[in-house]
Ligand binder design. Structure first.
Ligand code: NAP
Length: 244
């Protein structure tokens, strides 16, 4: 029976690369997106060309009804769920003096509530397959860089959620881990990269920016049975750069 992976926020950036990596490993793919329908449709065609089946599962994963509908769409299409990748997220940055409370709430809502809601909606299906959850966190949630208070707080919360759920769901046969990327070129980081990234790269021991594929491969490893004795871990994928 072909396994199924659901990737949230798969229309662009890291989620898109993660979807292609799971397709390369032979998984059927459920593609969640919120607004970028054309990009999601083109990803569906790309992974189908890789020889697997795909379904579009539109929905705001920070909305409870949508989260349930995304899982329902996945199960109606494929009848099973083996891997849930909680990748959807937003970057909210700036000095605390300049940020509004609603911007803080947006980061917490999209980055944290979505993970909780999606796990809650998916757990029965994941338990049936002995599945795995991988949350895409961030090095910001470990380091706490300046001028990223909402984002860093939200990703630290994702790390706590990952550890708590790992212990809670282990007796049900479901593993929960997180990948904590360093800076990777995507729409999310484009403006920062446009400002000039040479100084940042000098601080990366491996001497380059990571790629979406670097994150996708680490995600696929944590979901795979090769990582079957790993749960509750936050895996930094950052070229060795752990500073703020
Ligand atoms: P991105 O290029 O901005 O893409 C974000 C994706 O999330 C889009 O596909 C977007 O879908 C989706 N999304 C946002 N809110 C959503 C919601 N409420 N419901 C469903 N989908 C939603 O970002 P990225 O760089 O690929 O980031 C992906 C994840 O990696 C995020 O959690 C981010 O915090 C994390 N991360 C990124 C980096 C980096 O350097 N890029 C570093 C560390 C961690 P639509 O286009 O359809 O709206």
């Amino acid at each position: 029976m072909t396994k199924t992976a659901l990737i949230t926020g798969a229309s662009r950036g890291l989620g898109r690369a993660i979807a292609k990596e799971f397709a390369a490993k032979g998984y059927n793919i459920a593609i969640n997106y919120r607004r970028s329908e054309a990009e999601a449709q083109s990803l569906k065609e790309t992974v189908e060309a890789q020889g697997v089946n795909a379904v579009l599962a539109q929905g705001d994963v920070a909305d409870e009804a949508d989260a349930k509908r995304v899982i329902k769409t996945t199960l109606e299409a494929f009848g099973r769920l083996d891997v849930l990748v909680n990748n959807a997220g937003v970057l909210v940055s700036g000095r605390i003096d300049d940020l509004s409370f609603s911007e803080y709430q947006l980061a917490m809502h999209v980055n944290v509530a979505s993970v909780w809601l999606m796990v809650k909606a998916a757990i029965d299906a994941l338990e049936k397959t002995g599945g795995a959850i991988v949350n895409i966190s961030s090095g910001s949630g470990i380091v706490g860089p300046p001028n990223q208070s909402p984002y860093a707080t939200s990703k630290a919360a994702v790390n706590g959620l990952t550890k708590a759920l790992a212990k809670e769901l282990a007796p049900r046969g479901v593993r929960v881990n997180a990948v904590a990327p360093g800076m990777i070129p995507t729409d999310m980081t484009q403006s920062r990269i446009d400002e000039g990234i040479e100084d940042y790269i000098k601080t990366v021991p491996l001497g380059r920016l990571g790629s979406p594929e670097d994150i996708a491969k680490a995600t696929a490893f944590l979901a795979d049975s090769d990582a079957g004795f790993i749960t509750g871990q936050i895996l930094p994928v950052n070229g060795g750069r752990h500073g703020a």
